[in-house]
Design a protein around this ligand. Structure first.
Ligand SMILES: NC(=O)c1ccc[n+]([C@@H]2O[C@H](COP(=O)([O-])OP(=O)(O)OC[C@H]3O[C@@H](n4cnc5c(N)ncnc54)[C@H](OP(=O)(O)O)[C@@H]3O)[C@@H](O)[C@H]2O)c1
Length: 310
């Protein structure tokens, strides 16, 4: 798969990245042993995947710890992007004064002396509007070589437009998939500013694989959906299956995201070697233009004016 430069760091990355929220995250995503998680990451690296998105708050620090164990002898082969603001202890702390301390704790868990990227993890509008000293402090960390790039991880078009107007960043991680398309109108502006755009939640937390329906029951982080939301998603999934004439929507979901040239990388959350192998083969293909347009039309006609909750 085509490699692209990550955030002016001169490091080349595979456009298929690895969402690491699931690593060792029994509480939210189901059981995964440390051994299996380390093997999964090492398998991904052996297949050319080199961008890993993580955060201190994922599995109370375990996601970073697992990545650290897996990349120890392979540090120069990978791009590690972690976050700031939600700590491994489950605290929310966006104070500028704690930036250095939080970075140092991440470096320790990741067993490295630099982060390729540090993202503010869903910060408030005061930060996004540039009213705080975060960027100033992040620039210092960059000058010192502790981080190579920085940015934000955000969810909505309003947040994206605010960042593009007010904040000087290298990277923006954004919620973007077939069901959440409104952000795409701002991609060009981000691209023109030279920002690396990372697409998170590309499978709508699993719905866009096509494997769930109105009878599916959910545990962990996916217990957030009420019956009405499940029924609506199930009905939309049926419409996608009618468009594609396929039961497995995963390739279409991944290729839809990657078809936007401004997207630097897509980061599906990956739980098994089988899922990883799927993504490797899907990311190598391209979505049919007519299917892509039908997905855009479905969004415009059925979701845009009545957005789904995450
Ligand atoms: N605020 C933030 O910064 C933020 C928020 C959310 C996510 N993220 C990042 O984005 C990444 C991706 O988001 P996400 O994990 O929430 O959602 P996602 O990628 O849309 O969905 C992931 C889920 O889809 C299922 N899946 C993945 N690959 C599959 C395959 N090939 N075949 C069948 N099922 C498959 C798995 O669930 P099952 O197998 O259990 O069905 C997996 O847990 C996260 O890992 C994290 O790194 C960041």
């Amino acid at each position: 798969m085509k490699k692209v430069e990550f955030a002016h760091t001169h490091k080349k990355m595979n456009r298929l990245g690895f969402g690491s929220w699931q690593l060792g995250n029994t509480e939210f995503w189901g059981y995964m042993s440390m051994e299996d998680a380390v093997k999964l990451v090492q398998h991904a690296i052996s297949k050319g995947i080199n961008f890993f998105d993580t955060a201190p708050g994922y599995a109370a620090g375990m996601s970073e710890t697992i990545l650290g164990m897996a990349i120890k002898d392979r540090r120069d082969q990978v791009i590690i992007s972690t976050k700031f603001g939600h700590t491994a202890d489950g605290e929310t702390d966006f104070s500028v004064f704690s930036l250095r301390q939080q970075v140092s704790e991440s470096l320790e868990r990741l067993q490295t002396d630099y982060l390729d990227s540090l993202l503010l993890h869903n910060p408030g509008f005061d930060i996004l509007e540039g009213k705080t000293l975060h960027v100033q402090e992040l620039k210092k960390l960059k000058e010192e070589g502790l981080i190579k790039a920085f940015g934000v991880s955000i969810d909505t078009k309003e947040e994206l437009d605010t960042v593009l107007e007010h904040l000087e960043v290298d990277v923006i991680e954004i919620l973007f998939n077939v069901f959440f398309q409104d952000v795409k109108d701002s991609f060009k502006k981000a691209h023109d500013l030279g920002i690396s755009l990372i697409a998170k939640v590309p499978l709508d937390s699993g719905w866009l694989t096509g494997k769930y329906d109105e009878f599916s029951e959910f545990e962990g982080i996916r217990m957030r959906w009420d019956d009405e939301t499940i029924e609506r998603r199930a009905s939309l999934v049926k419409k996608l299956k009618a468009i594609t004439k396929a039961n497995d929507l995963t390739p279409y979901a991944i290729q839809f995201v990657l078809s936007f040239k401004e997207i630097t990388a897509v980061i599906p959350g990956i739980k098994t070697i089988e899922q990883l192998e799927d993504h490797l083969s899907y990311a190598a293909g391209e979505i049919d233009e007519k299917v892509k347009q039908a997905f855009i039309d479905l969004y415009e006609n059925e979701i845009k004016d009545n957005p789904l909750p995450w």
